[in-house]
Design a protein. Structure first.
Length: 260
């Protein structure tokens, strides 16, 4: 009696491109559920305005911040040296704050718009055939979604520091820092954007990371283009609702559920 052949595991490349296709199908949901996804633009706009307001306040106090920080190490320097240090510090603050805005935007949007994105994800699940999920009340899932997003934002804030420091290394840093930033951002975006459908199944952040690590190429194929589009001004406002829809499809795929 011959042994049964082991299942064929999809190649890394095919998994990566499947992640891209799932994101593309998320954008296709604008055609299937235009009203629902357009409703998802509201928290995306609110998050954008909130981060913009914080950035404007930062610019108002940029001179004082530059003087305060540069004073730690350049107080005894010549006038030209102090001025140069102040300019470098101010530039670093602006670049760092812009990058932080990019990497935290999705998490802030999901926290603000959890009920909107829960509805988008649930509608897609019902259309494709909802499984036998735990019947978790909203007062368990909604706070848990927010807590998980805050934890992902915290991880982003910790990891962005070495990336910014790497960017200060001449020549090599200018190449490696953006690539590393995209990889980290793509992975964390996949973790964050699958939070709502995973939590619906009673699977929270620690276990979600473990499951996605088993499908790393799929997660990166999904998250990397989102991280890249986040660098385009205003693009994220349209991307987030579609990415939530795509994240629902990705969640169904890794759990062996039909994705249509």
């Amino acid at each position: 009696m011959s042994a049964e052949a082991p299942p064929v595991r999809p190649s890394t490349g095919s998994q990566f491109f499947l992640g891209l296709r799932l994101l593309g199908r998320g954008f296709g949901m604008y055609g299937k559920y235009p009203g629902l996804l357009l409703l998802g633009l509201i928290p995306a706009v609110l998050a954008f305005l909130l981060l913009l307001a914080v950035f404007v306040v930062l610019l108002v106090f940029l001179g004082d911040l530059g003087d305060w920080i540069s004073g730690w190490f350049a107080d005894g320097w010549s006038t030209d040296g102090r001025n140069a240090a102040r300019i470098v510090v101010q530039a670093a603050i602006v670049v760092g704050s812009l990058w932080l805005s990019v990497v935290t935007y999705t998490g802030v949007t999901l926290i603000i718009g959890d009920p909107f994105y829960e509805k988008i994800s649930e509608k897609i699940e019902r259309r494709l055939g909802a499984g036998d999920y735990p019947d978790l009340p909203w007062y368990r899932t909604l706070p848990r979604n927010a807590i998980d997003s805050v934890r992902v934002i915290g991880t982003q804030l910790v990891l962005v520091i070495p990336v910014l420091l790497l960017g200060l290394v001449p020549f090599v840093g200018q190449v490696l820092a953006p690539l590393l930033g995209l990889l980290i951002g793509g992975w964390l975006l996949s973790v964050d954007l699958t939070g709502i459908p995973f939590n619906r199944r009673g699977i929270f952040l620690r276990e979600r990371r473990r499951v996605l690590r088993q499908h790393r190429a799929l997660a990166l194929g999904f998250g990397l283009p989102i991280a890249a589009m986040a660098l385009i001004p205003f693009a994220n406002i349209l991307v987030i609702p579609a990415a939530v829809a795509g994240g629902t499809l990705l969640t169904r795929y890794v759990h062996g559920e039909p994705i249509g």
